[in-house]
Design a protein around this ligand. Structure first.
Ligand code: B1M
Length: 210
């Protein structure tokens, strides 16, 4: 990994938000590709944070400050990930399901989809099934994207699909799912239209579903 990316990687792990912001800017100015800053430095560091949490070297507060530092870096990268002026490829309502506060992966998927020309309506985190249903009625998207990071909350993806059925809007949208514990098999089991393991494949999937 390039030295500048390694610095950002370490600063995310240490939760040093100002240093991450400065480091991302320095890496961009030095001509490091935006994709490498994102995948090697920012996403790579969050992976390490998760591993440390599993080993109990890190606890929730460390995980939280690291996430905030990463988000600050993402905010700087966003305009470069999202190319302006691309005609809307379709409309997507996206959110993290009920009970789940994990934000970063879902936001990244939203950003990449914006970059690919989708109009993205981000409902945020802890989004209940009914709220997804209402958003489909209000915004009339072609796609709904559900994100879950916890094995406990991924069950709420099924509840969301059921709510869309109950509200009579399920056949108006394609539903795609993703997040660390989610698999292709699970997506099929709950009757989703597709699963993507990461943000760039989420864009490919979204295009293929339309
Ligand atoms: Co949480 N957490 N967390 N956490 N956290 C995990 C998920 C965990 C795996 C950590 C671990 O044990 N190793 C574990 C879950 C275990 C399990 O369920 N099996 C866990 C836990 C246990 C918890 C708490 C319960 C901890 C506690 O309180 N005791 C708690 C739950 C709170 C809640 O949600 N109700 C909790 C809290 C938190 C923080 C608030 C501290 C913080 C989140 C801050 C925030 O998001 N604003 C946090 C963090 C940061 C993590 C880890 C370290 C990193 C998550 C992340 O941002 N990754 C995480 C460990 C890990 O995942 N390795 C962990 C980076 C991000 C880019 O990746 O989100 O996977 P990811 O998104 C990817 C893909 O999954 C995919 O594309 C993205 C980009 O490539 N993707 C989609 C995601 N959504 C998609 C949707 C799609 C398609 C693709 O289509 C629509």
């Amino acid at each position: 990994m390039h030295e500048l990316l390694k610095t950002v990687y370490d600063d995310v792990i240490n939760g040093d938000r100002p240093a991450v912001e400065a480091g991302v800017r320095a890496a961009m100015e030095a001509g490091q590709p935006v994709g490498s800053i994102l995948s090697e430095a920012l996403i790579g560091a969050m992976k390490e944070v998760g591993e440390r949490f599993e080993r109990q070297d890190f606890y929730v507060p460390e995980m939280l400050v690291a996430a905030r530092a990463m988000q600050a870096g993402l905010t700087i990268l966003k305009p470069h990930l999202v190319q302006a002026g691309v005609p809307a490829a379709g409309k997507v309502v996206i959110g993290t399901v009920k009970g789940d506060l994990h934000d970063i992966g879902k936001s990244l998927v939203g950003m990449m989809m914006e970059g690919a020309g989708f109009e993205v309506i981000d409902l945020g985190t802890d989004v209940g099934p009914e709220k997804f249903g209402e958003a489909v009625r209000t915004h009339k998207p072609q796609l709904v994207g559900l994100s879950a990071l916890l094995t406990t909350t991924m069950q709420n993806m099924k509840a969301t699909l059921e709510a869309l059925e109950d509200l009579g809007v399920r056949d108006q949208v394609k539903v795609m799912v993703g997040g660390a514990p989610v698999t292709d098999v699970f997506a099929k089991e709950i009757g989703a239209d597709g699963y993507a393991p990461d943000a760039s494949r989420a864009v490919t999937l979204a295009k293929s579903l339309l």
